[in-house]
Design a protein around this ligand. Structure first.
Ligand SMILES: [Fe+2]
Length: 435
């Protein structure tokens, strides 16, 4: 649900942001287009009025009210026919005011005016600007004006004069403001509709994913149960074959787990060691009961048959195709010796998988700790003494050292196992701890 909320809030913010930017862009474009059209009209109108009433001669010297004033007034009357005309000034080609309604300015020269300079170089310069309060009073209550510098030509291609005109544009700006609101409303409405549509699609898709995930979890649970059931059946089958080794597989798995933890084995390998330890004697299913349940010591021939159980076990589990090659190799090699005198492959030292070296120690510990038809169970002290002797020959010294470090914990496990039949619980815990 958090993911959904995250998607909805972020996508809403994105949509609002883009709607805002789009609204700004549209109104900006609108304003620019209006300025262009407005300026074109005014330029044409002003030039037409000037050419109709004035000549190059009129712009040769500053005009005061007393001299040649009438022709300017006629031209300005035409120019003021465009609504909201405010004022006009004329400059000669040197930037000097030739005519202005502010008589005191006539004859002044403006050299620091950038817009005027551009116009003197032949460019029409126009912009909308906001008037300051002081100007506002003077300019008959307008808030916004169009200010344009218009180059004037008389016959040749050189700029002969420049007209500076002001028109009020409040009505225009009100239209732009109304248009901007309309654009924002339309854009927001469209984006919200798109957002709702997207949200619905997202909700449907995420509901489907959640349902599929639940189905998958149910299937996994069913598979898990099947897997655990299979392991339990196999372990029980081995236990049932040999009365004297009842519970042996589970105890070996528990001891192997303690050893693996003590040796800081990674999670994946530790899980495989647990599973391999549980199934290490599964090959005994293929050994004749006469040999398996023989009360006395085995003859050399019988012993040769007994020695086949690691390979039989590995072969059975290979058929299952669900267990990893590493895990199966641990089962195959659990009777290898560190000095290379073990079976079935005579591997030595690091050639033997670590899991198999661990299981070998755990297997021997539990076997010595259990009573057999031909001998009593050994004490922990006797067993540790035997491991000391066999370290580096039968067993990996590193694993034996780990065993000495956790001997007390192992005894607790064996004691607990003797009190309870924990096969099922242990298998379940083993599986879950690896998840
Ligand atoms: Fe074995």
């Amino acid at each position: 649900m958090d993911l959904r909320r995250l998607f909805l809030t972020r996508s809403l913010l994105c949509l609002l942001f883009f709607a805002f930017v789009l609204g700004l862009y549209v109104t900006f474009s609108l304003k620019r287009d209006m300025l262009e059209n407005h300026t074109e009209t005014i330029v044409a109108f002003v030039r037409n009025a000037i050419h109709h009433h004035l000549s190059a001669k009129d712009f040769e010297a500053p005009k005061l009210k007393t001299e040649d004033y009438e022709s300017f007034e006629l031209a300005i009357r035409d120019i003021s026919e465009i609504p909201q005309f405010l004022r006009i000034k004329f400059y000669d080609r040197h930037g000097r005011i030739i005519w202005s309604d502010e008589q005191e300015l006539v004859g002044d020269r403006f050299t620091a005016n950038r817009d005027l300079d551009r116009a003197l170089n032949g460019e029409v310069v126009a912009q909308y600007s906001r008037l300051s309060k002081k100007e506002n009073i003077y300019e008959k209550g307008f808030n916004y004006v169009l200010e344009a510098y218009i180059p004037l030509y008389f016959g040749d291609s050189e700029v002969f004069a420049v007209a500076e005109v002001y028109y009020g544009v409040d009505g225009l700006f009100e239209r732009i403001a109304r248009t901007r609101v309309a654009v924002w409303i339309i854009t927001l409405a469209s984006f919200l509709a798109l957002y709702l549509l997207l949200s619905k699609i997202f909700f449907n898709a995420s509901s489907l994913i959640i349902k599929q995930k639940e189905d998958l979890e149910r299937t996994n649970l069913a598979l898990e149960k099947t897997y655990l059931g299979t392991i339990k059946a196999l372990v029980s089958a081995v236990d049932a074959k040999d009365h004297y080794t009842k519970g042996h597989s589970v105890r070996v798995a528990q001891i192997s787990l303690l050893l693996a933890e003590s040796l800081l084995v990674d999670d994946k390998t530790r899980f495989e060691i647990q599973q391999a330890a549980l199934l290490h004697d599964v090959g005994k299913i293929g050994i004749d009961d006469v040999i398996l349940k023989k009360p006395g010591r085995l003859s050399p021939e019988e012993w040769e048959i007994m020695k086949k159980h690691p390979v039989i076990g590995a072969t059975i589990l290979e058929e299952a195709e669900t267990l990893s090659k590493d895990l199966i190799n641990m089962i195959r090699s659990h009777h290898e010796r560190f000095d290379g005198n073990g079976y079935p492959d005579g591997l030595m030292k690091d050639q033997i998988p670590l899991g198999a070296r661990i299981i070998a120690v755990a297997d021997a510990y539990d076997a010595m700790r259990s009573e057999r038809p031909y001998r009593m169970a050994k004490t922990p002290e006797e067993i540790l003494s035997e491991f000391e002797d066999a370290s580096g020959t039968q067993f990996d010294p590193m694993v034996v050292e780990a065993l000495f470090g956790i001997a007390d914990q192992i005894e607790k496990v064996i004691y607990a196992a003797s009190k309870n039949n924990m096969t099922h619980q242990f298998i379940a815990t083993t599986r879950l701890s690896a998840e």
